[in-house]
Design a protein around this ligand. Structure first.
Ligand code: BG6
Length: 528
């Protein structure tokens, strides 16, 4: 096992004025220094207005994130939340139902957010600052009421169905609620999906940018709140070891996998209209692609990083339908449990043509990656839950081992979920009198070095938004470039039917053929 002594740098970071939540999540030192140099330890005074107060996202992710931030003393004493939804409720009723949900997190250690005990002080801080406003998102009443209640810094969080994004921003703008006075901010966090294709994303961008400046919009992708995703940048750019080989001369191909064992659960209606391609590829998988594909940003400044991401996406060629495969899960057995077919799930059409699996082969037109295929795959009800990036290297091309039959290719795996770490598959000499090569692995896991109490990933995103750090949010040009890559496929997949694959398998045969045509195979799905 390779041991990187990261404890030393961890100690250095702890001695600096470092935001507690960031400490807990093991942020990369260089960004922390940038943050702490502002001298601000907790977020500025701010009101968080949540559209969609009764929704799932608010209960499952936003409240736990606020609780964690409160526990880390990162919220200002004057911080408060106004939750808006159509359901009849009161301040006390909303507080009570959220308290119940928070308590339920102590019961399921496998849930997205688990804590053995809710800290009464941290939850008390948040609970006491919650107020509820009943209203229809498109009726003028709530905006008038918000106008009366709001002053100073405000973050509007749109945790609502995407069809309301444009209308809500219009009303916020028309009511003057997005006007920023000197020294005060008005920001809008917009959830995914941002558009359904290139055209609708452009229309939505144009619509919202009539109401406020680009710098006021924080388009969220929760993969960027994942600590292990962000830390790929540190692995790549903070270790001189990798940068020289991180290019076409050494890399044979790259594989990005986001495999899930769950089905569509209770989200049949949403999924029917969305499918695996829209749900995962131009957003989550492309974020992973950017982390490994971008050129080194000139600094860790938000715009430098976002410039490189947009540049990379503009260099990815639009995917022709022949470079993709789609599938839909049939019945089968996932990790020993019999599960039904997608078409038998609630709110799914019996003849549904929606894909639950998508694989694409991408080409990037730049000096670093020309000729290196990037294979991306994602699917539900697969054999294992596994999110990882694998760089598969070319065989040694110089003596004395050039041309030698090797037991396996060199592979560098950046493991994101459920294992969080890095693994290198290499070859070494098998002990004995002859020179024979055998496969070995060198690895590290983040939790061998850093301890990370429970967090849902939204802590960083909420905190960054309040701090005005847009690094982990998506700019209009990036979003549009991402949709442009998959647009030909969305059009082609409006017709035809995905190939069935058994639940618990590695996906449809057509995905194997996609790599098979290039003389390659997907790496096996595994959880370790
Ligand atoms: C969501 C998708 O954005 O991401 C879901 O809508 C998917 O379908 C989820 O399951 C995956 O995220 P994570 O964090 O569980 O890997």
């Amino acid at each position: 096992m390779v041991s990187f002594d990261v404890h030393a740098s961890e100690r250095v970071m702890n001695e600096q004025a470092r935001p507690a939540a960031a400490t807990r999540q093991g942020h990369v030192p260089i960004r922390l220094e940038a943050r702490s140099s502002s001298g601000t330890r907790c977020a500025p005074p701010c009101v968080l207005v949540i559209f969609g107060a009764a929704g799932d996202l608010t209960k499952r992710l936003l409240m736990p994130a606020l609780y964690d931030l409160a526990g880390s003393h990162l919220l200002d004493q004057s911080f408060h939340v106004i939750g808006i939804d159509r359901a009849d409720n009161s301040d006390e009723g909303w507080r009570a139902s959220l308290t119940e949900t928070m308590q339920s997190f102590t019961k399921d250690p496998t849930a997205e957010f688990y804590t053995p005990k809710i800290d009464p002080q941290a939850w008390g801080f948040v609970r006491g600052r919650l107020t509820y406003l009943k209203g229809d998102f498109i009726e003028p009443d709530i905006y008038r009421e918000l106008g009366r209640r709001l002053s100073g810094n405000v973050v509007f969080y749109l945790a609502i169905n995407d069809r309301f994004f444009g209308p809500v921003v219009d009303r916020l703008g028309e009511s003057g609620l997005l006007k920023q006075k000197e020294g005060e901010f008005r920001r809008v966090v917009i959830e995914k999906p941002f558009g359904r294709d290139l055209h609708s994303a452009k229309v939505l961008n144009a619509q919202i940018l009539k109401q406020a400046d680009e710098s006021q919009f924080y388009r969220i992708d929760h993969f960027l709140g994942k600590e292990t995703v962000e830390s790929i940048l540190a692995i790549r750019f903070a270790n001189a070891l990798f940068e020289p080989i991180w290019r076409r001369h050494y890399v044979d191909h790259i594989e990005i996998t986001a495999a899930e064992t769950i089905g569509v659960e209770e989200r049949g209606a949403f999924y029917e209209a969305t499918g695996a391609l829209r749900d995962m590829v131009p957003n989550h998988l492309f974020q992973l692609l950017c982390m490994i594909g971008i050129e080194p940003p000139r600094s860790l400044d938000a715009e430098a990083f976002r410039d490189e991401k947009a540049r990379l996406m503009q260099q990815v060629r639009p995917v022709p339908p022949g470079n993709a495969a789609r599938g839909q899960y049939g019945a089968g057995s996932v990790q020993g449990r019999q599960v039904k077919a997608y078409r038998s799930e609630p709110q799914v059409a019996p003849e549904s043509r929606t894909e639950t699996y998508a694989a694409v082969k991408l080409s990037i037109d730049n000096a670093r990656w020309a000729g290196v295929p990037f294979y991306l795959r994602t699917g539900k009800r697969l054999a294992a839950r596994q999110t990882q990036i694998a760089l598969v290297f070319k065989p040694a091309s110089s003596p004395p081992f050039a041309g030698t039959q090797r037991p396996a290719q060199d592979i560098l795996r950046l493991q994101i979920d459920p294992v969080q770490g890095m693994k290198m598959d290499l070859s070494a000499k098998v002990p004995g009198p002859t020179m024979r090569l055998g496969p070995v692995a060198a690895s590290f896991r983040y939790n061998d070095f850093f301890s990370e109490p429970p967090n849902v990933g939204y802590e960083t995103l909420l905190y960054d938004c309040m701090m005005g750090d847009a690094t982990l949010f998506q700019r209009a040009d990036y979003i549009e470039a991402s949709w442009a890559v998959v647009d030909p496929l969305l059009e082609a997949w409006a017709e035809g039917t995905p190939q069935l694959y058994a639940s618990g398998s590695a996906g449809p045969a057509s995905a194997d053929e996609l790599l098979g045509r290039d003389g390659r195979r997907w790496l096996p799905l595994e959880t370790t």
